[in-house]
Design a protein around this ligand. Structure first.
Ligand SMILES: [Zn+2]
Length: 234
């Protein structure tokens, strides 16, 4: 059999999708991860409706940035167009994960940004996790999955955010999308986001109106891992 030209990409996407149920963030077939090949402008994504424990590397579908299947025997995830729009507008991303994890969804359903209350949050992103508004009726009636991607893109533009510095986002009434420089990292950000969402919820329960983390601590924690003079964990 000829070697699969998308073999490595499929393998990475398969591994990352397998990590989702292990993380405890997904039920049934919920959730999906894609991994982007910038040079070929294609990404690998989970097929639609396949249980995680039955998923084979060869089931992973290869799709172009317009959301068209390039290679694969199965139908790609129903969220494929959201991923395609995000890669088209954010070509620096290497991977995207989407879950309906409980605490992150709770904030999305409350239509609230997740405030930056502590250093765990600041270790990963230097501001509140943004929550985009739910889609308008026109967007819902249109190409819904592609419009979901555009809703996210517009939220980043509106707030002047770089998705590499802000690798977690909520869509109001729906749930979280997270980004990474690898499939594993996108899943890692989904796991971290769920924990940040839980911690912030508990913080507000204990101390309604608690202040956000002071700027000096945000800068210290974000900067030592991600800034110019980063030194943490090296
Ligand atoms: Zn969803």
């Amino acid at each position: 059999m000829a070697k699969d030209p998308f073999g490595a990409l499929r393998e990475e996407a398969w591994e990352a999708n397998q990590a989702l149920p292990r993380s405890g963030l997904v039920l049934y077939t919920f959730g999906n991860v894609s991994v982007f090949d910038r040079d070929r402008c294609v990404f690998a994504i989970k097929p639609s409706g396949v249980p995680y424990d039955a998923l084979q590397v060869g089931d992973i579908v290869i799709v172009d940035c317009d959301g068209h299947v390039v290679d694969g025997r199965m139908r790609p995830s129903s969220d494929t167009k959201t991923h395609a729009v995000l890669y088209r507008h954010f070509p620096d991303l290497s991977a995207i994960a989407h879950t309906h994890s409980t605490h992150a969804v709770a904030w999305a359903q409350a239509m609230r940004d997740i405030p930056i209350y502590g250093t765990t949050h600041a270790d990963h992103t230097p501001a509140a996790v943004p929550c985009a508004l739910p889609l308008s009726d026109a967007r819902i009636a249109g190409d819904y999955e592609a419009e979901t991607g555009l809703q996210i893109v517009e939220e980043y533009a509106l707030r002047g955010l770089d998705p590499l510095d802000h690798p977690m986002v909520l869509v109001g009434g729906h749930g979280p999308f997270t980004f990474g420089d690898s499939g594993a990292k996108a899943v890692y950000h989904s796991v971290v986001l769920e924990e940040l969402a839980r911690m912030a919820w508990m913080t507000e329960g204990l101390a309604p109106g608690a202040p956000e983390l002071k700027r000096a601590l945000v800068e210290k924690h974000y900067g030592r891992k991600h800034g110019e003079g980063r030194y943490y964990g090296q």
